[in-house]
Design a binder for this molecule. Structure first.
Ligand code: ADP
Ligand code: MG
Length: 309
């Protein structure tokens, strides 16, 4: 595996020299391996949006470096335009930026900007629309006739249609109902699995991160607080709580059981693994009435080691 994004001593200051000067990023260092699905979390104001806007050159570091695909983004001689195509950034509430008269034209906007042929543009629009489940009929409608979730999917398709090497999404499920959330997030997961491209997804839902990501970057007060596999980060639940982040509800139940004196593992953050952990605890106590354990992986089934039992 190779590093697709590398961040070195990144610092970013808003309103430098003014009374309200804010260092939104302060000595941030990490790298992302090609093909990873990284979940970015952190409380409001911790620097998540500021960070990811650096990946395609929307923000320019106050100091420090960003390498994308091995290239120093701000080195002289580099062409920023190329990074805009290499890294597809879906900002928060992207549906507000739809403006074309049909969804098809909106999705085609990025590929057209890249100077591709009409045939290639058409191919990419179809491919991207399929990834987010937009029918031909919807494609010919005005974005303004669509539901909130559908508009959001048009906006995401517009970025996918540029076939970036890295897809970066800032809270893509924010403001949607539970069904809309699940639809969009599973489409992104499916896109990741089918294309193998790197995905960086900002979310404040621990449940979503547990379900979709294989690595987690936790931001706190302009710095990286944790960066590890989902398993290892969620095993630090008490620290996460101190950072003002909630752990999945199912994890909270296990932490409470432990606090009540029960001898039970607490690195539980999905329902199937919760069932297995309860059965394991039962079997330890009642070997005479032991129940066979279901075969469940510790995490989301990707990136995590299979559970040893
Ligand atoms: P997050 O996405 O994690 O909520 P942000 O990156 O939006 O965090 O913000 C990080 C910090 O930078 C916060 O203190 C926020 O108030 C500040 N900030 C964000 N955007 C601006 C801006 N345009 N001007 C001034 N300060 C900003
Ligand atoms: Mg934000």
């Amino acid at each position: 595996m190779s590093e697709i994004i590398k961040v070195e001593h990144l610092r970013y200051v808003y309103n430098a020299g003014m009374p309200d000067e804010t260092a939104a990023l302060d000595d941030v260092n990490f790298s992302i391996e090609e093909g990873d699905f990284v979940g970015v979390m952190g409380s409001t104001g911790s620097g998540k949006s500021t960070l990811i806007a650096h990946f395609n050159g929307l923000n320019r570091p106050t100091s420090g470096k960003i390498y994308v695909d091995g290239r120093d983004m701000w080195a002289s001689g580099e062409n920023l335009r190329e990074f805009r195509f290499l890294v597809g950034l879906v900002m928060q509430y992207p549906e507000y930026q739809l403006f074309e008269e049909t969804c098809r034209k909106d999705i085609a906007y990025g590929p057209r900007n890249m100077g591709l042929s009409e045939e290639e543009i058409d191919r990419r629009v179809r491919e991207a629309a399929a990834f987010v489940g937009l029918t031909d009929e919807l494609l010919d409608k005005s974005p303004f006739e669509l539901s909130g979730g559908q508009k959001r999917r048009v906006a995401i398709a517009g970025v996918m249609a540029m076939r970036p090497k890295i897809l970066v999404l800032d809270e893509p499920a924010a403001g949607l109902d539970p069904e809309g959330r699940d639809t969009i997030l599973s489409q992104i997961k499916n896109y990741h699995e089918q294309t193998g491209i790197t995905v960086v997804l900002v979310s404040h839902s621990m449940e979503d991160i547990a379900k979709y990501a294989n690595r987690v970057l936790v931001m706190s007060h302009a710095k990286v607080a944790m960066y590890d596999t989902v398993e290892k980060v969620f095993a630090r639940a008490p620290e996460l709580l101190q950072l003002g982040l909630s752990v999945p509800q199912v994890t909270q139940v296990f932490l409470m059981l432990k606090a009540m004196g029960l001898d039970i593992d607490t690195d539980v953050y999905t329902m199937p693994y919760a069932v297995k952990t309860v059965l394991k605890a039962w079997n330890a106590r009642h070997p005479d009435k032991a129940v066979p354990l279901p075969s469940v992986r510790a995490a989301n089934g990707k990136g995590g080691a299979p559970d040893a039992s």
